[in-house]
Design a protein around this ligand. Sequence first.
Ligand code: SAM
Length: 261
Amino acid sequence: MASIAVQPATPADQNRAQSLSRELNLPLLEQGSDLTKQTALQAALHVAGKSLSLRQAGPGAPGPVAVDFGAGTMRHRRRGGNNELLGRAVGVGKKTPLRVLDATAGLARDAFVLADLGCQVHLCERHPVIAALIASGMACALDGEDPWLRDVVSRMRLFTGDARELSDLPAQSDVIYLDPMFPLRDKRAAVKKEMALFQLLLDSAPEAAAQDDLLDWACTQPVARVVQKRPLKAPVVGREPSHCIRGRAVRYDVYVLRSLS
Ligand SMILES: C[S@@+](CC[C@H](N)C(=O)[O-])C[C@H]1O[C@@H](n2cnc3c(N)ncnc32)[C@H](O)[C@@H]1O
């Protein structure tokens, strides 16, 4: 487990930082102490009002990572071609409302896209610090001024824990969506920063080994389809999908278990 502390941005954030440190069972780092000089710590969960960000420690660390649904990149993603492919893969338009269980929520970008496409999304994230980032992103959106953001995020519900142990969620879902970890090819700075975060928080070897288990688990749940996001050229391992939807860098492997309508 990475060594992470909770750090308040200002004295006014001290109480919230304290309660998060208890909740997440992480030590508290003094407000104002310089992260670049920390040697025993790998990262700090930075508390500034409602928003949280994760900042890596040490000299030359990449910039902070946060879940900000109002950011330009999220708005830009909305118009991206991959969204249409993701919507097609899960079956948007075949049933209303379409209930999707995103069993590997991560930084919740795909979940947000799905909610923007009108789906009711249950998000599961098993890493408590990543789940705390999502929860803060959702709280900021719901408290904000933007009616579009509020509307989209009102269709999202977050659960912290292993999706396989939150047993009644599949019965309330039409589709299970999986986006397991995959090796980084993307050289953009923002993506590299997020991957550095995932590598810090998650031990990538067990993560890779668990991918097949998760797909097997998903395909035995009472849902109409399972969709797994994969790198475009990754080999199919284990189950053959019913069909694939291919984008420029990723593909969606679709496992149709029964009709959605
Ligand atoms: C590649 S990230 C997902 C990125 C996400 N699709 C997005 O748009 O930001 C994979 C995430 O799944 C989580 N995860 C993996 N297995 C899980 C499980 N069994 N239950 C819940 N979360 C899981 C990991 O902790 C990690 O945060």
